[in-house]
Design a protein around this ligand. Structure first.
Ligand code: IVH
Length: 674
């Protein structure tokens, strides 16, 4: 039986190699599926024979991965870089000047994806590590197994480490991203993020590709020979390669081994670089430059490496980055709802006309995807020309390599962070930073707009213990400030006046100023529009536990409804609302409050018949008509303007047709309302 399993596995591995690596399948999809199912079946019946590297493991598992760290056993340096042909020429000259006139050079594409190192023992994939900080990487083996192009078992039982790039084709990225409403910013981040996805079954759905570009094993002679070996070991190797040497017979040998390779004398490197730069746009994957490498392994060893990069290779980068700077520090911000945001503190750099010194890093996942640590050189962009973003690490701080980790506890209150989705949260409602942020939000422009209470003043009031929460703003005796530094009579008067004035703000403004998670301006306006026009009404409905009362509000949905119920079940929030009511703030809408609805149906008479998907009961449709100035009656007459007809409309429909009254269906009606 063992033999049978091995036989079927070998067959399937061969099929996978032809399909994924050569993009040239040798059997039909049906035949492939048949063999796949056969192996699955065998493994199910004889689990003891199921190999860790079985080709059936390509589909990934639903179990949560954990990404342990492990030390690299080969050195994973990054590349030094130049932005001009002259820079590259100088680099080549330097190598020749050191007595290496006969050096051969290889030119490869510099793929813009996620770096990976694959470790094989006796021909079997043991471990896949991300680059990490260059010394230790994350173990992402289970996810890497799902990438069809990566051989799980090699045709030879050798120990080898292979370095390469995981990437996604531009065309496939577009297709994939469309399915997810364009939530991914670029193929590189999606590739890097997928490697760290918790479920390998999800990774199996991402169209990941790989190119292998360095191999470390006993007996490797020169780089092109290694690449040729990597190909015979079934690794995908990029065909766009150039080899430059004065030795004609060597070029001829390699041409045989690596068909399609470009060759020429060393002084032709620069023409080749030019030609490849032009071809960049036509490629279906992203490259951000070319890599020029010394071919001979002995010469590589002679040249050696600095602590940052090898002296035997250099990157020719197409574009100098919009802005390059250093990550000086990361600070933790806590939002009013407890969400943790790591913020990059950068050496100030000019970009698109302004100085950038900070950029959000979103969350730990984003930092992990970038493999970002303090001291690293980074490139900065302004997304949409406005928001500064750290795009990628250009060079790690190899004197002190690290990847930034968000601390386990809140720096303001010491509470342990809780992870929810991609983000960390401080769940302590009494966290002084959350309270400070909530107050700052409450008084800000666009909310209660108490402009005399700036951030500095709020911080001062908090520090002195004069205020502890939002309602305290209204109960504090501001005359106590007299004599404090910077508080003169006039300033205190101004504060009092603007606080008093804020009591005139609408209910909608008070509500949104509370900054409840998920309940912004639009949600508040919808609540008021659909009759939940006071805190009291919302509280009462929450008490009945009838979530549909909220989730039925058009555009509201389950998530907003749940948020609302959560907020209005929270004792502290209810006390906050009571305190605000006692302070004299508006806790219910004035009659005219809520967006004015255009009176588009004025003078019209409507009749409604049949049943509707979204206006159930029909009274809801009637209400919409009346709100817009129309009249709703029961019987069709010659005076009827429209018949709103739903499913299974009966005699009224016939009568309307007879009288040539205009008939409107649900879809048309909905359109009229918007
Ligand atoms: S060679 C020590 N070759 O570029 C030299 N790197 O800045 C090993 N990269 O982290 C790297 N394409 O992820 C090499 N053809 C290529 C490459 C390549 C992309 C990436 C790699 C590395 C980064 C260096």
């Amino acid at each position: 039986m063992r033999k049978k399993v091995e036989e079927v596995s070998a067959k399937l591995l061969k099929y996978q190699y032809h399909y994924y690596v050569l993009a040239d399948p040798i059997v039909s999809d049906n035949e492939y599926d048949r063999i796949f199912d056969q192996l699955l079946d065998l493994e199910k019946k004889h689990p003891e024979l199921s190999m860790k590297n079985s080709p059936t493991k390509r589909v990934g598992s639903d179990l949560n991965n954990t990404f342990a760290e492990m030390e690299h056993s080969v050195s994973v340096l990054s590349l030094d870089r130049e932005y001009t042909g002259e820079g590259i020429a100088k680099w080549v000259d330097k190598i020749s000047a050191a007595g290496n006139m006969k050096a051969e050079y290889v030119v490869e594409e510099k793929l813009d994806g996620a770096s990976i190192v694959l470790y094989y023992k006796k021909g079997i994939l043991e471990t896949a590590l991300t680059r990490g900080d260059g010394i230790r990487g994350n173990v992402v083996t289970e996810n890497v197994r799902t990438i069809g192009q990566i051989p799980l078992v090699l045709p030879e039982k050798i120990d080898i480490a292979v370095r390469g790039e995981i990437f996604i084709k531009k065309s496939e990225f577009e297709k994939f991203n469309k399915k997810f409403e364009n939530k991914y910013s670029n193929p590189r981040n999606l590739a890097a993020g997928s490697l760290r996805n918790l479920k390998s079954s999800t990774v199996a759905d991402v169209p990941l590709n790989m190119f292998a570009y360095e191999g470390y094993y006993k007996g490797g002679k020169g780089h092109v020979e290694i690449l040729s070996d990597l190909r015979t070991f079934n690794f995908p190797v990029n065909k766009n390669l150039g080899l430059f040497s004065g030795d004609q017979s060597f070029l001829a040998i390699i041409k045989n081994k690596l068909p399609g390779i470009n060759t020429g004398p060393v002084d032709k490197i620069f023409d080749y670089i030019k030609a490849q730069t032009k071809k960049r746009e036509n490629l279906d994957y992203e490259i951000d430059g070319l890599v020029i490498k010394v071919n001979g392994i002995d010469l590589r060893e002679d040249l050696g490496e600095t602590s940052h990069h090898p002296r035997w290779a250099i990157a020719y980068k197409f574009d100098s980055p919009a802005a390059e700077t250093k990550l000086e520090d990361v600070v933790i911000q806590i939002g009013r709802n407890g969400r943790v945001s790591p913020v990059a503190i950068l050496s100030p750099v000019q970009i698109a006309g302004s100085i950038v010194a900070r950029a959000t890093l979103h969350n730990q996942e984003y930092i992990d995807i970038l493999e970002l640590g303090i001291g690293d050189k980074v490139s900065i962009s302004k997304r949409g020309d406005i928001i500064p973003a750290v795009e990628k690490v250009i060079e790690k701080d190899l004197d002190n390599p690290s990847i930034y980790k968000i601390r386990p506890d809140c720096p303001f209150c010491g509470t342990l962070f809780v992870k929810d989705g991609a983000h960390h949260f401080c769940r302590n409602e009494e966290c002084p930073e959350r309270i400070r942020r909530a107050i700052v939000f409450f008084v800000a422009k666009g909310q209660m707009d108490i402009d005399t209470l700036g951030e500095k003043t709020i911080e001062f009031l908090l520090k002195k213990g004069f205020i502890k929460c939002i309602p305290d703003i209204y109960s504090f005796d501001y005359s106590k400030l007299l004599g404090e530094e910077g508080f003169k009579e006039k300033k205190i008067d101004n504060i009092r006046n603007s606080i008093e004035e804020s009591k005139g703000n609408s209910f909608a403004t008070v509500f949104t100023s509370l900054g409840f998670a998920g309940i912004g301006k639009v949600a508040v306006a919808d609540l008021i529009k659909y009759g939940f026009d006071s805190f009291e009404k919302i509280r009462e409905t929450t008490e009945t536990g009838n979530i549909e009362a909220f989730s039925d509000i058009p555009g509201f949905g389950d998530i907003t409804a749940r948020f609302l119920i959560e907020h209005f079940s929270d004792k502290d929030n209810l006390k906050l609302i009571d305190d605000l009511a006692n302070a004299g703030l508006k806790v219910k809408a004035d009659k005219k409050e809520g967006p004015e609805i255009e009176q588009i149906f004025t003078g019209e008479t409507w009749v409604i018949t049949g049943s509707f998907e979204n206006f159930n009961p029909r009274a809801i449709a009637a209400e919409e008509i009346e709100k817009r100035g129309g009249k709703v009656t029961n019987t069709i007459t010659s005076k009827t303007t429209y018949l709103l007809a739903g499913e299974n409309a009966g005699s009224k429909l016939d009568k309307a047709k007879k009288l040539k009254i205009k008939i409107i269906n649900e879809k048309e009606f909905t359109k009229m309302l918007i």
